[in-house]
Ligand binder design. Structure first.
Ligand code: DGL
Length: 266
């Protein structure tokens, strides 16, 4: 495996860009190959069988692009498919759940942790099991938030629909007295400001991307695969749906142009 190969990452759509941003920040010398499965977004309502089929094709594609490491930049895929993907991938692959769990446990004071995520992630119980396994006397309050992904994907982030959806999803967690909230879907960090406004200052938000990229960096260093120093970087983007829609959303969230986006149907 070549040290100067890229890091691959994937999501159902633009959500994984919140993980990409962390890679650019924490590992600025690393190149990336991003795949957004926008023809199949949202992943949240899909079955494990379907998600495994899609994500196997994506990880095969990324490996075909010569990546040295893969980040499943999607909580739904991380919670439903990671063990299968770990077996089928020839390169190391990391998901968001365990790093997110550890980060939340390090932040909570009162032991009451909320999780918002897609239906599939909540149904899998991945965060709840992880938090209860690694933490002591932890109360977990989980809430599926299915209306958020389509709103983020179509750029309707500063709308009444978002305010209304957040109010509905967050009020039971607020009533339960959580002091920490895991943003258990990579689309949600693009709503962090709106979520903070809704919850007020007493609740800490955990974006699992930060801890996941930190863990990925540590693993790459351990494996002798991290790029030291400066290096020319390239960031490539592929989607299964319409490249222009993805590009527009990416520019909106990253506040910079991302260059060409190619459509590759797997
Ligand atoms: N952004 C993904 C996640 O973290 C998938 C959201 C979806 O497509 O429903 O779960």
């Amino acid at each position: 495996m070549k040290r100067n190969a890229a890091i691959g990452l994937f999501d159902s759509g633009v959500g994984g860009l919140s993980v990409a941003v962390e890679i650019y920040r924490q590992m600025p010398a690393e190149s990336t190959v991003y795949y957004g499965d926008t023809a199949h977004v949202p992943y949240g309502p899909r079955s494990a069988e379907e998600l495994t089929r899609f994500t196997k094709r994506i990880t095969d594609f990324l490996q075909g692009q010569g990546v040295k490491y893969i980040i499943a930049a999607c909580n739904t895929s991380s919670s439903m498919c990671l063990p299968v993907l770990k077996e089928s991938c020839k390169v190391p692959i990391i998901g968001l759940i365990e790093p997110g769990v550890k980060e939340a446990l390090s932040k909570t004071v009162n032991g009451k942790i909320g999780v918002i995520a897609t239906e599939a992630t909540i149904r899998s119980g991945a965060y709840e099991h992880g938090l209860k396994k690694l933490g002591k006397d932890i109360e977990v309050y989980s809430q599926a938030a299915p209306r958020l992904v389509p709103l983020v994907e179509t750029g309707r982030t500063d709308t009444y629909e978002v305010t209304e959806a957040l109010r509905e999803y967050l009020s039971p967690l607020q009533k339960a007295g959580i002091d920490t909230l895991i943003l258990g879907c990579t689309h949600y960090p693009f709503l962090a400001r709106q979520i903070e406004e809704e919850l007020g200052p007493g609740v800490r938000l955990v974006d699992p991307a930060l801890a996941t990229v930190r863990a990925a960096k540590e693993e790459l260093c351990r494996l002798g695969l991290a790029i030291n120093g400066v290096s020319p970087v390239s960031h490539c983007f592929y989607v299964s749906g319409r490249p222009d829609a993805f590009r527009a959303a990416a520019v909106r969230f990253l506040k910079k142009d991302i260059g060409p986006v190619k459509q590759v149907i797997l």
